[in-house]
Design a protein around this ligand. Structure first.
Ligand code: PBG
Length: 325
């Protein structure tokens, strides 16, 4: 049925039509908001490269959690930026460490808000790598996953509703699942950063989380941006090891990966719109070069259209408000 009988514009001619035939619908139910927690009290330290985002002391993180929940966002992702940094990642393993305190405080103040805890060593180690270092520079897989499991257990005991390992070591989902189950935490879900790429778009986050590696880079554990088959291997392995949700990260430059991962697994797929994706939009909007709200909604719609069930975004509270949650 060629033109002129076929006319695609018929169902585009009014807002009412467009609303009805829309294929992808954004909802606040799918959003997760990251929080960066620092020591002290009454601290709201702006992150220079991420306008509107602050490092927050525990008391301020609790306030922010209340605001986010009131905006209609169902979950936060907690990153701790402890002062104590050592080779053993002691602060992350400590029941009185910064992350554990923040998780417990948010859970007790805003119980209905889900608290996802990022599990990694980079924020609590002096070298800033995501695993333990041996031989003066190699990241050792097997000792790292033992520590990561201890960190996950510590966060689960503090009250985390889910643990999210972001280190990219092999076997860490299995190590975490085994320890949680052994220690009576069989109901704590694992959200695996399964396809996490070695990306230039993490730059602003490393300022926020003070987690830039002191030497080298993360390419021996994070994925090569050129690879998609490898992403499928990663997610299938993590699901087999017990991951309850899998993540693709970053989101915008990896929409094809999101699409393929969605088709390959039966668990929910999470996409992380990372700090660099956020800062690009903010910087252009500050210069008046782009309409921030329209650009944000378009990027999130694209990520959802590609197949993401859930989206972690620094824009989450604003988006929830725009969507009228
Ligand atoms: C660290 C971690 C990173 C992010 C989340 N967890 C950065 C990195 O791997 O260096 C990036 C998040 C962002 O850029 O918003 N394990």
């Amino acid at each position: 049925m060629p033109f002129p009988r076929e006319r695609h514009r018929r169902t585009r001619q009014s807002a009412a039509w467009r609303r009805m035939v829309r294929e992808t619908r954004l909802t606040p139910d799918a959003l997760i908001y990251p929080l960066f927690v620092v020591p002290g009290s009454r601290v709201r330290q702006p992150v220079g490269s991420m306008p509107g985002i602050c490092q927050l002391s525990v008391d301020e993180a609790v306030k922010e959690a209340r605001r986010v929940a009131a905006a209609g966002v169902p979950a936060v992702l907690v990153f701790a930026v402890p002062e104590r940094k050592d080779p053993q990642a002691s602060d992350a393993r400590d029941p009185h460490g910064l992350a554990a305190q923040a998780i417990a405080a948010i859970k007790s103040a805003v119980p209905e808000l889900l608290v996802w805890a990022d599990v990694c060593l980079c924020g609590a180690t002096d070298h800033g790598h995501c695993g333990h270092i041996v031989d003066g520079g190699t990241i050792d897989n097997d000792s790292s996953i033992a520590t990561l499991a201890e960190v996950a257990l510590n966060y689960a005991r503090a009250g985390a509703d889910a643990v999210a390992p972001s280190d990219m070591m092999d076997g860490r989902v299995q190590a975490i699942r085994s320890l949680l189950d052994r220690e009576g935490r069989a109901t704590t879900p694992i959200i695996s950063y399964a396809a996490k790429y070695a990306s230039a778009f993490y730059g602003p986050f490393r300022e926020a989380a003070e987690s830039a590696p002191a030497f080298g880079d993360r390419r021996s554990y994070q994925m090569d941006p050129a690879n998609v088959r490898e992403a499928l291997r990663e997610v299938l392995t993590d699901v087999a090891e017990g991951a309850d949700l899998v993540m693709v990260k970053p989101a915008g430059p990896y929409l094809d990966v999101i699409r393929e991962v969605r088709a390959a697994v039966r668990v929910p797929v999470v996409a992380y719109q990372v700090s660099g994706e956020f800062s690009l939009i903010k910087a252009a909007a500050e210069r008046g070069w782009i309409d921030e709200r329209a650009a944000v909604l378009e990027t999130l719609t694209g990520i959802a259209r590609a197949g993401a069930d859930l989206i972690i975004s620094y824009f989450a509270p604003e988006v929830a408000q725009w969507l009228g949650a």
